[in-house]
Design a binder for this molecule. Sequence first.
Ligand code: HEC
Ligand code: HEC
Length: 278
Amino acid sequence: MKRTTIVTACLALFTAPVWAGPDGDNLVINDEIEMVTETAAPAHMENVDTIYSGWRFRTDETQALQLDDFDNPAMLTVDAALDYFDTVDGSEGKSCSSCHDSVEDFAGFTASMPKVMDGKLVTTEDFLNEHRATAMGAEPWKWSGNDMQGMVALLGMQSRGMPVNVAIDGEAAPFWEKGKEIYYTRYGQLELSCANCHEDNYGNMIRADHLSQGQINGFPTYRLKQAKLISRHNRFRGCIRDTRAETFAEGSDEFRALELYVASRGNGLSVETPAVRQ
Ligand code: HEC
Ligand code: HEC
């Protein structure tokens, strides 16, 4: 296929905006925790003035599932993680609660993840596996397994309503640059970058989907289609695969860097974990 044909095929992917602007609804969870779902874009974003949570692009039915924790299907997995918090695991005979009084002590932790620790870019998944090994002598969890994502969600919930605030300067800068480069690289037969869909076309339809800005402030999110909590890296993989490209692995350095970059595009939105999506 000649290049012009490919480009035409791509343009035909996106159809006219049914979305004339923000729907104006506010996300208040449990009638109590107010979420910032729209705010000024951070200064480091060159092409976007306003950032929106993915919640703003979903149907009323999907949005409703996030309004009350009793209706949020992610909570089953989160409850299992809460049980695990008190469960002894590993060679040291310890549970999380042997050393930590309450999960509430982790308020704020997720808002600044991923971050550089000892020169390495560390996601919550990395932190948990490393911490489980050293503090408990416990086996690593699989990146996108329910154990792992349930705990990532439980920790994330403790920061609900707090603004995402990942550091991108100092030691984080080279990782952030790498993530940015990946974000703007065109992948696959469709030759589409993250930016082509989530920056140039948010608000438009792509096939049957209403495109959002691809924010990760609600992750891990419960996807109704997959009927489970899904990780940030699992979502990145799915999106790259949709361009018919080979993709990076969950837990790869590429996806760590991309996670930092994408998280930074949401600096200022509320941590919404665990969100519900289609
Ligand atoms: C043997 C004691 C011990 C056990 C068991 C333990 N932790 Fe920790 N944890 C610590 C200590 C000490 C720190 C602070 C120093 C550090 O970051 O390593 C910490 C730090 C943390 C932090 C980072 C907090 C922050 O704001 O930086 C998180 C999150 C955490 N633990 C979660 C867990 C979870 C979840 C479990 C169970 C899977 C667990 N811990 C098991 C001792 C423990
Ligand atoms: C071909 C278009 C396309 C490309 C390219 C693409 N995505 Fe997506 N992405 C989608 C669609 C469609 C959805 C589901 C609707 C939505 O939430 O925007 C989605 C959803 C997401 C979500 C979930 C948002 C939420 O609120 O739950 C994230 C995160 C995401 N994409 C990140 C990325 C990243 C990072 C890249 C580049 C590696 C990328 N996407 C490339 C089409 C694309």
